[in-house]
Design a protein. Structure first.
Length: 86
């Protein structure tokens, strides 16, 4: 799928750091939404710098919905290691 022109990308979310940004990118991409990130800080402090998550304007509404659904999902129970049936 060709990437939309840069001017059609809009900021969806600002992550606190690249780790959170990568989680959000993975969530969006797994939902079939094109997404990219842009580091807001200096290259020497990149692991503590905020990251803008951007999506094409035509995917903004669906991307917002995906993020809201993820935020609304229940937190894991204590002792839940993410492996089903254990």
């Amino acid at each position: 799928m060709p990437k939309p022109p840069r001017e059609r990308w809009v900021v969806l979310y600002t992550a606190a750091n690249p780790m959170e940004g990568n989680i959000v990118l993975g969530l969006l991409r797994s939902a079939g939404i094109p997404a990219m990130s842009s580091l807001l800080g200096h290259i020497y402090v990149q692991w503590t710098s905020p990251v803008e998550i951007m999506v094409p304007r035509e995917h903004l509404e669906r991307a917002q919905q995906v993020l809201e659904e993820a935020k609304a999902s229940p937190a894991p129970e204590e002792g839940d290691n993410g492996h089903y049936g254990e």
